[in-house]
Design a protein around this ligand. Structure first.
Ligand code: ATP
Ligand code: MN
Length: 484
């Protein structure tokens, strides 16, 4: 091979980016206005197709190579009229729906406006076999009207995308998924054979595993942004939650996947994480099917790290766990959360609050993944100590039971590298089946109790909401001044 050709080949290969898909955030109403275009949501398996000269690779966002499972698609990609390309799309049944183009023949197309990327993509796929590889068309009409029509035709929902923005990896406010309201009793639980579906996970409520999987199939669009891409710790209750102290008596915290991971299907991602003493294997949810498969294993709580596996050493969130002593009144817990919010604002940080489904509140601070674990931990400790000093009758940072009498412990230790907090919208292992629920600061003032929302009334809450109470959380990329 002549040296120039070899150089050319290397240049193309080197310029293909890693696959780091842009993720839609979930919305309550489809955005209207000229800025947006709308596509049908396919609720399939997110995959990229990469072509370098004659070689084609089909891979999952985890990097997992699944080319061998999709021979027809690989063949269709091999035929496309380009030397090097990276397609982004979703596979449903046997058709791959391509909706984005991240690279084309040595050109990084990611900075181009979406509309231009789609134009290139459409041209590229013009002669592709439509049963195998299809371009995703869009419409540019009023969002809510598009959604109504799509739902009438039996779609699961629509994805609205800003026409003029470049590609951005990870959750993005430029892409909004709005789901059609499920018809009562007809929610499909795609491809998840539920084992022991009638097993009562919450016997006091007559609430079965089938009920739980069905609920999460309906609200997956709300849940996924909170859990996706993060190392998990799971709480498994094989006999459900019957006792108030189920977490300690009837359930197990499952951290490292090895040993018990056999019941978790192989499509659920595993990651190896270097820990102090060994390499730990963790499960990671990337899509709805993973979430449902995990719940199928009698899992009653999902806990997540403060970092995603994509940026494991740069947390994208802090969590402050407010733990009131048993003699602290609920309105005082709410007031304390507001004080914490104000204290964080003095560091230039906005925060969002959620109920835990237990006794307290979690105050969450989204971060641009830039600071390391040590700086994040130090900052959270500093904030907690500042509050304790400013309001010593309300707050304590001491974990001993006696020191906490009448006070609220600000547990900043949730911000250690391997620490977890219960995920927003996770159910809890308690007999009345409460759920940890994201709240707006405004509604927090009227919130009657931390365990008010349960598997029985969460649907109604989500349906009635006019806006995601954490709508701005997803795009909030904050940094802070590290301690000197
Ligand atoms: P509450 O409002 O009742 O305090 P909580 O979820 O904050 O609910 P905590 O006992 O304060 O419960 O624990 C805080 C977090 O620490 C939990 O959300 C969980 O992620 C983590 N945690 C608690 N106990 C364990 C455990 N045994 N193993 C692993 N993680 C745990
Ligand atoms: Mn707590």
């Amino acid at each position: 091979m002549p040296p120039t050709a070899a150089r050319g080949r290397r240049a193309i290969a080197a310029s293909l980016p890693d696959y780091a898909p842009q993720l839609a955030t979930s919305g309550l109403a489809a955005p209207g206005g000229e800025d947006w275009l709308h596509e049908l949501s396919y609720a399939g398996e997110r995959l990229c197709c990469v072509k370098r000269r004659t070689r084609v690779k089909i891979a999952a966002p985890s990097g997992e190579d699944c080319t061998s499972h999709h021979a027809a698609l690989a063949a269709a990609v091999a035929e496309l009229p380009a030397q090097a390309l990276l397609l982004d799309g979703e596979l449903t049944a046997s058709t791959y729906f391509a909706f984005d183009l991240l690279h084309l023949d040595g050109v990084d197309t990611r900075p181009l406006p979406l509309e231009e990327r789609k134009q290139l993509l459409r041209e590229l796929l013009r002669d592709a076999p439509p049963a195998v590889l299809k371009y995703v068309e869009h419409v540019q009409d009023d969002g809510p009207r598009v959604l109504r029509q799509a739902c009438k035709l039996g779609a699961t929902g629509i994805v609205s995308k800003r026409r003029s923005t470049g590609h951005n990896s990870g959750p993005s406010a430029d892409w909004v998924l709005t789901l059609c309201a499920p018809k009562p009793g007809t929610a499909l639980i795609h491809g998840v054979p539920i084992s022991t579906p009638t097993r009562l996970l919450y016997p006091a409520l007559g609430f079965s595993k089938r009920d739980l999987v069905q609920l999460y199939a309906e609200i997956a669009g709300w849940v996924l942004p909170h859990v996706r891409g993060r190392p998990l710790t799971l709480v498994r209750c094989e006999h459900g939650a019957t006792r108030p102290d189920a977490l300690r008596s009837e359930c197990k915290f499952l951290r490292h996947a090895s040993g018990w991971h056999r019941w978790v299907p192989s499509h659920v991602q595993r990651v190896q994480i270097r820990e102090r003493e060994k390499l730990g294997e963790y499960l990671v949810i990337q899509r709805e099917a993973d979430l449902l498969a995990i719940l199928n294993g009698d899992i009653l709580e999902l806990h997540t790290w403060n970092a995603t596996v994509a940026r494991l050493e740069q947390p994208d969130r802090l969590v402050f766990d407010l733990d009131p002593a048993s003699d602290v009144a609920w309105p005082d817990v709410i007031a304390a959360a507001r004080l914490l919010r104000a204290q964080l604002q003095t560091h230039g940080l906005e925060s969002w609050v959620k109920s835990t489904g237990g006794k307290g509140l979690h105050v969450c601070v989204p971060l641009a993944p830039q600071h390391g674990w040590d700086s994040c931990y130090e900052l959270s400790r500093r904030v907690a100590l500042q509050l304790e000093r400013a309001a010593p009758r309300i707050f304590t940072t001491r974990f001993e039971k006696l020191a906490r009498h009448g006070k609220i412990l600000i547990d900043y230790k949730r911000n250690h590298r391997a620490a977890v907090a219960v995920a927003a919208l996770s159910p809890r292992a308690r007999p009345h089946a409460p759920i940890s629920v994201p709240l707006s600061w405004r509604e927090l003032a009227r919130e009657p109790a931390p365990d008010r929302w349960t598997v029985n009334n969460l649907r109604t809450r989500l349906q009635k909401l006019k806006q995601d109470p954490w709508a701005d959380y997803w795009s909030c990329q904050q940094t802070f001044a590290a301690a000197r």
